[in-house]
Design a protein. Sequence first.
Lengths: 108, 320
Amino acid sequence: MSEKIVTLTDATFDEHVKAADVPVLVDFWAEWCGPCKMISPVLEEIAEEQAGKIQIAKLNVDDSLDVSRRYDVMSIPTLILFKDGEPQTKIIGAKPKGALLEELSTYL
Amino acid sequence: MPERRKVVIIGSGPAGLTAALYAARAQLEPLVLEGEPSSTSDQPGGQLMLTTDVENYPGFVDGIMGPELMGIMRAQAARFDAELRTAKATRIDVAPWPFEVWAGDPQADEPTVLADTLIIATGARSLMLGVPNEERLLGYGVSTCATCDGFFFRGHDIGVVGGGDSAMEEALFLTRFASKVVVVHRRDELRASKIMQERAQANPKIEFRWNSVVTDVLGDTKVSGVRLRDTVDGSESELAISGLFVAIGHEPNSSLLKGQIELEDNGYVKTFGGTTRTSVDGVFACGDVQDDYYRQAVTAAGSGCMAAIDAERWLEERGE
C-alpha cells in the first residue's frame, strides 16, 4: 500500500478528518468485497498523483461499523470526501479512474 | 501505428482468462482488455466478482468465494505472461483485417490495437427490475452485490427477487446476516436446481412470496419496503424490508458487437458448428456472451479454452 494512504478506524476517524489540512477521501471497504479490490490500485495511483491536494484514507467497515453507520454506508465500495470533518460528496460503487477524478474535480 | 497482436481477448471472466491462459501457453502473447472497475456490469473478473460461494467449480472441495476464484484465474494467466490491461474495449471494426479494437475514446482516429484474431468474452450482466425508485435507492438498500453489501443488513429483513439458482444462492448467503429473507417470485414454483431449492426451503429464515412481482421500491433516503402485485388476482400489497437484492436473469454484454458480428434475436452472439467461430472469420466468442443456456463458470472456462484453441489453429492454417 502507498505510504501516502492512511488507515482509519472508529477510534481515529473523527480526529483525523477534522485535523487534516487537505480534503480526505475515505474508502469504506472490506476484505470480502470484490469491487473494493478492483478500485484499490486506482486509489493508490490517485494518492500518489494528487498528494498535497487530497488524502486517501481506508476504513475497514468490518472493524469500524460505527462510522459506516453514521454516514449511511450500505454498499461498498463507498467513497466519501470529507473537508474540515464534513462530508462533501459520496461515490457509491466501483468506478474507473477517469470517472472518480471527474467526481472529485472540484476538490483537486 | 497501433501495436499489432496475434490474439486480443475482450473480457476477463472465466472465459476470457481461460482463453488467455491457453493462448499464453501457446506463446501467442495475448492481450486481454479486462474492463474497468464497476459494481454493476462488465467489471474485470466478470460476474463472479459480485457473487458469494462458488460450490460447483471443480477443484475446490470446500467451495471458494467468487472474487477469490477470479484472483487465482487472473494470476494463473499472468504467470504465463498474458498481458492484462485494465481498459474497456469501446469499439471494434472487424471489416478490415487485422481487426481494429479501440480502448478508451471510441472516436479516436487510430484504433488502440490491431488483432490477427479476436476473442470476444464480454459476458453477461444481471438484469435490474426497471421499476420506479430502484435506481435512486441503489446503494441505499438496493444492491447488485450480495457479497459486498449483505453485511450491512445484519438483523434486518431482506427481499430477494427471482426463482433461479442465483436467487437461491443469494437468499441462502443473506441468511447469515438477515433476520429474515423473503424470496419474491413471479411464479408458484422455482426454476432453481433441486439441491438449491431444497436448501432454501429447508432454511428457517427463508420465506417465499409466490406469484408476486415487485412494482416499486419504497423509501425516502433508504429502502423501507417494496410494493408487490399478485400475478394471479392482481391485488397489491406492501412488504417491509430494508434490503433488496435482485437476481431475475441476465442480458449479454453485446452492444459493442452490434453491426459487426451476427447476434441472435436475444442479443447473444451466434457461434457455429459446436465451435467458438462467429459469423466473421477469425473472430471467436466464448462464455456467457454466446451462451444463454448453461451459463456456468465452468462452461465459460471450457469455451474460453475452445476459443484459444480455435484461434491458435486459425493462425496456424494461415501461417501466422
